[in-house]
Structures are given as structure tokens and as C-alpha cells.
Ligand binder design. Sequence first.
Ligand code: F3S
Length: 406
Amino acid sequence: MYLSDIDKRMYYGERGLAHQFSMQILVRLGEIYGAKRMVPIKSAHVGCVYPQFGAAIEIMKKIDDMKGKFCVYTSANPILNPINFNKWNELNEPLKLQKLAKKQIAYVLKMGVVPVWTCTPYFEGNLPNYGEIISWEESSAVIFANSVLGARTNRTTMGVDIASSIVGRAPEYGLLLHKNRKANISIKLNFEPKKLFEYGTLGYTIGKLCGGKVPVIENLPESTNVNHLKVLGASMATKGGISIFHAVGITPEARTKEEAFQNNKPEFEHIITQKDIKDSIIELNTAKSKKIDAIVIGCPHAGIDEIKELAILLNGKKINKDLYFCIFSSERTIELAKKMELIKIIKKSGAKIFPGSCLVSQSTKLWGWKSVATNSAKYALTLPLKPNELDVYYTDLEECIDLAVN
Ligand code: F3S
């Protein structure tokens, strides 16, 4: 791989051990993927959601020992947030996990992270421009950045994201190259998604049909907004390992169908009908009954309009005492919602709102949870897996609330 003078100085240790270690990781990665050179990045988004993963903590510790600092704007994913420890005494985390999470947080803070602790960093100041090269972790944020913003990132892993941010560079391969961003599958809709839940189900359906490919959706409704695109991409990425999609007339690299396909022909076409969506809802339901321990909302993190909708739907209602109603969002969105007096309404109903966290890193088994309801297709895909192993009742927000108050 070609290395510029600056790259070489970092690689051979002239800029210190942290740069050298990070460049060695990135050069090795570039060689594996056939990158021809290193390119500068504008921002990074690092993963912190799993303190259970020892390897990530080891890399953080090593880079911290070498006094490494992030050199580009670097935000971070949700964490096992100490703000949440002890919030509900009965839902506490094991001490060992708390310690690991605190260590992880301390490392990235020392390196200079912007502590937004969210999987929607684009709503919290990490907003790359069209065409900018970035190095992001978190599949839902990666697909949003590539597809909706037109920024360029591969789906990096914990450790690689940190190395990239230390040196401000990434090996140029995959979705950093224009040719790899071209659509190859055509998706037409024979139904009109309206609710977030329907967009999430659509993303799952596309992920199922187009795993690893680049789909272009030809007729999303004009009413499609950024939150719809957020959940659409999140479930597409989780189900199909997809890191970029195009939507004609909506996403920036698909002003026309021809532009999205870079003047090539689609490998195949799919028409998605209401029946496909119904089938997907059945597949995403793993719960045997509607008897649930909790309702979990906010995957990806709930935006301000979702919190507003929740406040409207929960206004004047009381959550049943024998279940938990959990909403996950970012600290800054929650602050905003407080100013709008939405949190007051939500709390009065008995629902809880958690800043900067995510259920997938929590000890739900220890709490005795067996089954949850959610309107998030991504949660419906991830929560049945380890470490949570929960049964999931997947439905729209209105039914989630009905289940919680009846
Ligand atoms: Fe975010 Fe956790 Fe969902 S990181 S996308 S809330 S699984």
C-alpha cells in the first residue's frame, strides 16, 4: 500500500507509540482489503456499548498507556451508563460490569471523545458533509451516514475506529470508493409505509432480500423523513449486513435511478407488498404470548419527535405496576424534551427514560426479564440473541402502549 511521508512517519514511530500502533492496525486492515492508500478522515464514531468485550478494552488501555488522543471530531455510541446505575435499584448491573464500563468511559474521555453516548451522532453534532470520508462504528449510524448524508465510511469495528481517530486516517477500500456505492438491486413498493414501525419492517424485509448488496428503493413516499430513514437503515443493516442504500429522489446519490445504478442495470428487481410486510412482522415476533416484562422503545435512540409522540400517547395514562416501560434516547434530546415539558408527562405515566444507554448491553437476564414488546425491528432482531436472549413481541407504538396500560 502506498504510504505518504506523514503516514510513514506515523508508521515508523516518529509521532509516538500510539500513532505507530494505530497505523500498524490500519495498514494491516488495508492490506487485507486491498487498499491502495490511506486517506484523511473528517470524523469518527466509536463503539462503547459492550463493556463485556474484553478485546476493545485492551486496545483502549494500550492506546491510553501510549497517551493517544483523538485528532478528529469523535463521538461515541451508547454506554452502560453510570447515570443509570442505581436508578432502579432492582435493575442494577453486576459490579464487575459497572467497573468495566466506567473504565471504558474513562479511556475514551481521556482520548478526547465528545460524550454524546448515542447511536444517532448525526443528531448530536457529528454531521459529516456530502462526500466526506469518516470512520464510524455502529451499523445503524454507518448506513445513515453513507445513504442519507452521502458521507463515506466502512462499517468499522471497535478498535479500528479508535485507531483511525488517533491518526485521522483510514485505508481506502469498500464504500470509500465511488464504484462500490453503486446500487445493484431494484426495490419497488406496492404499499405505502407511514409509521416508523412500518419503515423498520420494510428495512428488515429489504435486508432479507438483498443481504450484502446495495438496494435502491424507487418509490418511497414523499412524506418520508429522517427518522423513517433512520429506522429503515437500522433494520436493513442488522438483517442484511447492508451499509448503504439509495432512495430515488430522497438520498443524495440517487437524484435519479440511473445515478444510483451508475448507469448499470440492476442484478434483479423486487416488488415489496403489504403481504411481505405482514410476513416479516410474523418472523420478527419471537414471543409466544403477549405476557411481557417490559416495553422497550428507542432503537436507534428516539429523536425529539418520537419523544413528543410518546408524550402525546402516554398523556393521562398509567403504566401497569408489574412491567417496565423504557425509552432510550440521548442526553441532549432528553434535555430538549424536558424544556418542552414532554418528560414530565412521560414520567407521570410511570414510563422511564434512559439517557445514553442501550438495552443490548444490559443484564436483562439477571433482572429476570424473559419477554419484551418493542416497535423497533432492530431490537426485535438483536434482543433474542446473547447476552439478552429475550422473547420479543414486535408491534407498533400504539399497541406497545396498550399492552402497558391495560
Ligand atoms: Fe442504538 Fe442500541 Fe439500537 S446502539 S441502534 S439502541 S441496539
